[in-house]
Design a protein around this ligand. Structure first.
Ligand SMILES: Nc1ncnc2c1ncn2[C@@H]1O[C@H](COP(=O)(O)OP(=O)(O)OP(=O)(O)O)[C@@H](O)[C@H]1O
Ligand SMILES: [Mg+2]
Length: 226
């Protein structure tokens, strides 16, 4: 029997901020469902709630109300330890600003999630090598991260996102700080990941990049436009 359980689902998500001027809803009743292997682009103007949605889907942030289901299981009552494990093993994050440790080598940056997950040294080495080859950064393994160009940094951050073999990749404007040449390299990596059946949710301001996804979701004022 075919399993149609979405890999991730958000049900009636609200995110409220209490401001001087009154309540502000960064998410205002958002429901979203993504199937395993889908490549989804999220677009919308600045402030429309894209990052808020992404962070809540990735359990980096909690909704004010509503529910997240990962592979059909609600994470509502997960302990902090269970959430940390979900983030470490099942989700890969890529951000506009890379968030690499500048004084660590490329290899060490990519190793961090593996250390958290508890892989042994031999398995860590094998996986680091494999993901760095996947993004064409294997020659830089011993280089300190601060020495890399923006495009190289983003390739390393993608390698780090992939190294625990996550089921879901969340990318928040991964090309936002890159020139067109490096954008093309990064988008090509996402295209190949999609061909390998990875599930990807990509936030982008670029219609051209969004058109590479299978499905586009447009946000406005904390809502998904249908
Ligand atoms: N901690 C906070 N307190 C108050 N308002 C917030 C907070 N965090 C986010 N917001 C507001 O929520 C709205 C949605 O923010 P979000 O970062 O999700 O937008 P975005 O669509 O990702 O925008 P961008 O394209 O600029 O990244 C914005 O208006 C923002 O100012
Ligand atoms: Mg954002």
């Amino acid at each position: 029997m075919e399993d149609n359980t979405p890999i991730i689902e958000g049900r009636h998500l609200f995110k409220k901020y209490v401001l001087h001027q009154g309540d502000y809803y960064a998410l205002n009743d958002v429901s979203i469902s993504v199937q395993s292997g889908e490549y989804v682009a999220v677009t919308g103007h600045s402030g429309s709630g894209k990052s808020t949605l992404m962070n809540i889907l990735g359990s980096i942030d909690a909704p004010t109300s509503g529910e997240i289901l990962f592979e059909g299981i609600s994470i509502k009552d997960y302990t902090e330890k269970q959430l940390a494990q979900l983030r470490n093993r099942s989700i890969g994050y890529v951000f506009q600003s890379f968030y690499l440790e500048p004084n660590y080598t490329v290899g060490k940056n990519v190793e961090m999630p593996l250390l958290i997950a508890g892989y042994d040294a031999r398995e860590r080495k094998k996986r680091i090598q494999a993901v760095l080859e996947q993004v064409g950064m294997e020659k830089h393994i011993h280089q300190k991260a601060y020495m890399l160009s923006g495009g190289e940094k983003q390739r390393v951050s993608i390698a780090r996102a992939l190294v625990c073999n996550p089921k879901l990749i969340l990318a928040d404007e991964p090309c936002g700080n890159l020139d067109s040449e490096n954008t093309a390299i990064v988008m090509d990596i996402f295209h190949k990941l999609h061909q390998e059946q990875k599930t990807i949710i990509l936030i982008t301001h670029s219609n051209e990049d969004a058109s590479q996804a299978e499905r586009q979701i447009r946000m406005k004022d904390g809502k998904i436009l249908s």
